[in-house]
Unconditional design. Sequence first.
Length: 203
Amino acid sequence: MPVTTAIFDAFGTLLQIREGTHPYRKIFKLGIEQGRRPKANDAEVLMSAPMDLKEAADLFGIRVERACMEQLEADLHDELASIEAYVDGIASVAALQAAGIKVVVCSNLAKPYASAIKRFYPTLDGYSFSFSVGAIKPSSKIYEHATQSVGALPHQAWMVGDSKRCDCDGPTTFGMRGFHLAREGGGSYTTLNAFADDLLRTL
């Protein structure tokens, strides 16, 4: 069957953060200062539920003074404002949608970052965010959500992203074709334009 769906990772693929302030990382650092031991699944827990900064701190039992929380929220605002779209991302999504290909974003992220994706890519056919799906890549659950959101079967979808494990190996195991975007070389593609061109040649 022909390819009907293109699935993109978000950060490092369609978008880049120019000025990282890392507010969630700072919350975990406060936790360490308070004697909390980091857990291996902290990041997974953070990205698997719709939480803002305060809700995250409360969930992990980390005390954050009001003034500090206000600063962290300002840091988050600055980080979100620094986000930019890759030019080849905008061009590739437009070309694929113009050809009738359904385009979905599939991303591991904390809830506040979803607004940036929808700001730059408001017309995508599907959005599979880990915090709303309740699972992170490379779980099959999030790939299943991405394909089902546009009525595609796994073998009808191609996925691309900057993580070999999450955007190439995971999707391939699920039954899609996964491709590793390495802009400096060494992956399946160095640009999203080349990925889109190859997909369009299958039509």
